[in-house]
Design a protein around this ligand. Sequence first.
Ligand code: FES
Length: 127
Amino acid sequence: MNIGEELINYETVSLEEVNTWFKVASIEDFPENGGACAVYRGLQIAIFNFSRRNEWYATQNLCPHKQQMILARGIIGSQKNEPKVACPYHKKAFSLKSGKNLNGNECDLATYPVKVESGYVYVGFKE
Ligand code: FES
């Protein structure tokens, strides 16, 4: 499978759909206002500790623009109060809440629910 075909493996999971919470790591393992990548069943997931807003987000790590596994190293910020990640390669920006592409024609990102419990970060999946 090439990486372009891999895009179809990433599908947004809503909070209501979660039936599996994957324990990723301790909150200390995540940089403040930055991201880290975790692998769940072959999927690369970018998890963001948006500490300035006291919020956590998870998206596919795969940037749909040139199919690079890179978004965990993206720059996070806000655009009209919408939390976003900008890909480090060509600066395409995506909403961290909805995954929506904020400035172009590329595909949106899949997003996943995140919860923090007893100092650990979990990402929600549907099986
Ligand atoms: S590869 Fe991400 S913006 Fe081009």
